[in-house]
Ligand binder design. Structure first.
Ligand code: ADP
Length: 424
């Protein structure tokens, strides 16, 4: 039997899921990251190998393809043998603020890379502040994303990435090349060759096949980012299908036949086969609910809300002033008044107001040219609230569906399956 392994490196841990050709999960393993470590890449390597080693041997021996997702914009600098020469810079590290003016000078106006946490900002930071010891070896250094490096550990080919991870490095996902303004930068590191996510790269090295008892012909495919892997897991596949994540913040992703980018609202599109995955993120969401209610209160108070009725309250729930999507106003004040004494009524108003912001977000994507919404899969802590789902259906006016799967590792396993079967 041919099996497919997806590996997810998330923010707090890593997970592996093996599926068969019908998409049924055959094995799962998990690795929780230590809270602090002085050698992050050694921990990642250990996590990768132990996740694979924990898969029961009869299943492991059936794996014919592997794909790995990492956190978007987590990057590394390695020597020519693939050894990291400095600590990786993590997805949320904003040291790139030091080079933001330079970024604005070199990138086209409003480009996605103009952000303190973009991969390109991290590259420029490294370029200026590279440890003196390795300055001599600059031309031999490889700039990689987390997923590229982890895959390299299995297939041994240094310097290969995918166009999901490479978007925030400035790669042109429409023309499928690095743009001229990057080529002209004379970057002193080797940039990865960028291929379609899921493309078979190479079989695992013979050392890896022997030590991890994998098939010698097990192929490693190009990976993706954690949020795209989670989207692939959800089951959404046609234009108009979307996923909303109701976590600490509200994140929406809509599969569209047309590409939409609008830096003003922080909207950008990932390429997904012949389609585009258009996304936007608001600062409203579960973190505001959490500042007023415990998870238990959210459950018990929600069950007392009549979801068919309107609360007549119109809030803009934020923890602090400012939002970008669907309202671009860095000074937008949180609106949480009037506050009824009854907590059920207050929560009713909050849930409705967040649903209204979600609907406005999808409406904005449509106005900017995206395919109109047809259904929404929901992930995150808020997905388990049936009252909220009913309220959201009232505002979104489309069915809200339960994702087939929510684990990013499942999405990466699907990517490996499609890649090896040439369905990408
Ligand atoms: P993240 O990973 O973004 O931090 P999660 O997806 O784990 O977030 O979701 C956590 C959020 O879900 C919390 O902010 C919490 O307020 C919210 N949450 C938890 N339970 C419920 C519920 N029953 N109804 C609505 N929101 C909930």
């Amino acid at each position: 039997m041919n099996l497919y392994l997806g590996i997810d490196f998330g923010t707090s841990g890593a997970r592996a899921i093996v599926i068969d050709s019908a998409g049924i999960i055959q094995a799962e393993s998990q690795y929780l990251f230590a809270d602090s470590t002085d050698n992050l890449t050694a921990m990642w390597r250990e996590a990768l190998f132990s996740l694979i080693a924990e898969i029961p041997s009869e299943i492991r021996g059936g794996i014919c393809a592997i794909a790995i997702n990492g956190t978007s914009s987590t990057v590394l600098l390695c020597d020519r043998t693939g050894n990291p020469i400095d600590s990786p810079i993590l997805y949320n590290d904003s040291r790139g603020i030091e080079v933001i003016d330079k970024l604005k000078e070199i990138a086209p106006p409003n480009h996605t890379v103009i952000s303190a946490t973009s991969s390109l900002a991290k590259l420029l930071w490294w370029q200026d502040l590279i440890p003196p010891l390795v300055r001599g070896a600059r031309g031999d250094l490889h700039f990689l994303h987390q997923a590229d490096w982890l895959a390299f550990l299995l297939h041994g080919q240094l310097g290969i990435s995918d166009y999901h991870n490479a978007l925030k490095l400035g790669y042109d996902v429409e023309k499928l090349c690095y743009p001229e303004w990057i080529e002209n930068l004379e970057i002193p590191f080797k940039l990865p060759k960028v291929i379609t996510p899921g493309t078979p790269i190479s079989e695992v090295t013979s050392e890896i096949a022997a030590s991890l008892k994998l098939r010698k012909d097990c192929v490693v495919c190009a990976g993706t980012t954690d949020s795209i892997a989670a989207f692939l897991a959800s089951g959404a596949k046609s234009p108009g299908e979307a996923s909303t994540s109701l976590g600490s913040t509200l994140v929406i992703k809509l599969l569209s036949s047309t590409r939409v980018d609008d830096a003003k609202y922080g909207i950008y599109s990932h390429r997904l086969g012949d389609l585009w995955l258009v996304g936007g993120a608001s600062n409203t969401g579960g973190a505001v609910l959490k500042s007023f209610f415990s998870d238990r209160e959210l459950e018990s108070l929600s069950s007392q809300i009549d979801a068919e009725k309107s609360s007549n309250l119109d809030y803009y729930p934020l923890l602090k002033a400012g939002d970008r999507f669907p309202i671009n106003d860095p000074n937008l004040p949180p609106k949480l008044e009037p506050r009824p004494e009854n907590p059920v009524e207050f929560l009713h108003g909050l849930l409705e107001s967040i649903a209204r912001i979600e609907a406005r977000g999808y409406e904005l994507l449509k106005q900017l040219g995206a395919t109109p919404l047809s259904c929404v899969y929901t992930a995150g802590g808020g997905a388990k609230n049936p009252t909220w789902t009913k309220i959201r259906e009232r505002y979104l006016k489309v069915p809200i569906l339960k994702p087939t799967h929510t684990q990013a590792a499942y999405g990466s396993a699907i990517l490996a399956m499609r890649g090896i079967n040439k369905k990408i």
